[in-house]
Design a protein. Sequence first.
Length: 254
Amino acid sequence: MLLRCLAGLAWALLAAFATLAQAAEDRGAVLYHNYCSVCHGDRGDGRSRASGSLSTPPRDFTSEASRRELTRERIVLAITHGRPGTAMVGWQSQLGTADIAVLADHVLERFVRGAAAPADPHRAALPAPGISGTRAHGGRAADAASTPATVDMTAGLPNGLTGDAQRGGVFYKANCSACHGLAGDGNGPRAYFIRPRPRDFTATASRARFNRLALYAAVSEGRLGTEMPAWRQVATPQQMADVSEYVFQAFIRR
């Protein structure tokens, strides 16, 4: 009788561990989809819509080089602190230690050590409240408090730069529309997964707040409390001026 009880307990523990492992894998898949796939691709091979616009190609986790070089510790460090000189930003202000660990495990097991599984849009689209964005730096709620009573909408770009809206439109469609949408309304294909949601440039508050200087600063430095990265790491000042001019003309002052 005692042996039967012990066997039943062992099976129950094994089932519980399996359930926890599956839950972690599911969460890792959602985290990867929300934070990483836009650059590294759904299959972890670095083939994404954004890859052609980055000066340093995103890491191909499925390559032989990645299998030789990447350890769990190195992946955790990259997610936490980013990679200088690339578009890879540190996510420690957006993700907690536990989520970073789960995400690192997912990248290591799914892509580095094993063959990448086909993308599962149903699982990737699972709601993941609380894993995207942060209120630590105020996020969207800080906008009203930091917006001057009047904004000079005739102000030009910094450092004597002149933006080319046509070139900026090409850059925007390749790099920004996935979040901000082709119409600039914050309804890009990734917007569902992002909290706070991407900026709606067509909103009255945005049109009152964002002149060329403000747009350039946001593109260059990123936006704390959101998933807007600092493009100065990978884009030239001229490219940032171009996309700022495009957003200003297409959405703010149209």
